[in-house]
Design a protein around this ligand. Structure first.
Ligand SMILES: NC(=O)c1ccc[n+]([C@@H]2O[C@H](COP(=O)([O-])OP(=O)(O)OC[C@H]3O[C@@H](n4cnc5c(N)ncnc54)[C@H](OP(=O)(O)O)[C@@H]3O)[C@@H](O)[C@H]2O)c1
Length: 301
């Protein structure tokens, strides 16, 4: 007979800012075993919410996929989108036909991008809203609630049931496509932060706001062609929201740039240009921004 814990076996692949944030949620929700699978071994990681008690993930990060115990019920996949192919050995080891792979990452192409790596497992796309930052290899700062939006489907409801007791806010979206694209507009605007080397305070400049609005509106137009219910006024509001955020707020793509790492530029900005071309929607701002982000991502340390 299967015990309760075995029945809810969960593993995290990609124990960075977001992976550790949701590992901490799962621990607070009562799962005693939350293995962290990554590429850099660390003995323990502490998640420090700005407005809550720290959670110590004492099991450390394991780095050998051949030692992973699968299949599991849940894989929380939180590698950067461009790191997915390299994480394939973990997915092979952990996925079975009953597994749900929760895509804790940005972008709008989760199902099609993950399908080649997960066999018969189910992919659950999400929109991740919480700002989290690795302060160093052993410390994650969580600035706000661990919030997710998931589609209105059985796996989404089950994930909400699993993580809500641990303090996560899991919203079920009837029109999930709209929420995916709403977040993508924020991600695309964050590409401007990379090019300027500045945090969200830069959106308070009228000239930057004008540029961000043009970018946001073209993203909304591409999103609308993909079925999202977004228009120019929704795009403008997203830029207003960015300008209203704490001026020192960063973005995971900005942290990567500051550290000289490869950038998630294709999933967050390139996709606007690619899908815009497919639908015949002009993307003049992305046409300039995307090659510059791609170039900034070349030859990382
Ligand atoms: N941070 C945020 O505030 C935030 C908010 C919303 C959405 N997101 C999205 O969430 C996703 C994760 O972002 P993040 O900020 O958590 O990134 P992150 O801190 O860089 O974490 C990525 C983790 O994946 C690990 N990794 C890389 N390659 C791997 C491999 N082959 N196998 C196993 N693990 C591997 C990295 O290890 P190393 O330590 O060795 O690099 C790191 O621990 C991204 O799509 C991002 O856009 C982030």
């Amino acid at each position: 007979m299967t015990s309760g814990i075995e029945h809810r076996r969960l593993a995290v692949v990609g124990p960075g800012a977001i992976g550790c944030t949701f590992a901490a949620v799962a621990r607070r929700a009562g799962l005693s075993e939350v293995p962290l699978y990554g590429r850099t071994g660390v003995d323990r990681i502490t998640v420090r919410p700005d407005d809550g008690e720290p959670v110590v993930l004492s099991g450390g990060v394991r780095t050998d996929p051949s030692a992973a115990l699968g299949p599991v019920d849940w894989v929380l996949l939180a590698v950067k989108v461009h790191q997915t192919a390299a994480a394939a050995p973990w997915l092979r080891a952990l996925c079975g036909p009953e597994t749900v792979v929760v895509a804790l990452r940005n972008g709008v192409e989760h199902r099609e991008q993950l399908a080649p790596f997960v066999g018969r497992a189910t992919v659950l796309p999400t929109v991740v809203w919480c700002p989290a930052e690795m302060l160093d290899r052993e410390t994650v700062r969580l600035r706000g609630v661990a919030a997710l939006t998931v589609p209105d489907e059985p796996a989404g409801h089950r994930l909400a049931g699993l993580l809500t007791p641990g303090g996560a806010q899991v919203d079920i979206a009837e029109n999930f496509q709209t929420e995916l694209w709403r977040k993508l507009i924020m991600n695309a605007a964050a590409g401007l932060m990379v090019l300027a080397g500045r945090r969200t305070g830069m959106f308070r400049r009228p000239d930057v706001r004008e540029l961000a609005v043009a970018l946001a509106r073209e993203c909304a137009a591409v999103g609308a062609a993909e079925g999202a219910m977004l228009d120019a006024s929704a795009a403008d509001k997203i830029v207003d929201d960015l300008a209203a955020m704490p001026a020192d707020l960063g973005s995971s793509i900005l942290y990567d740039r500051e550290a000289g790492r490869a950038l998630e530029w294709d999933a967050r900005n390139g996709v606007v240009r690619r899908l815009g071309a497919r639908h015949g929607v002009p993307t003049p701002v992305s046409d300039v921004v995307v090659p510059l982000l791609a170039a900034a991502s070349d030859d990382p340390n």
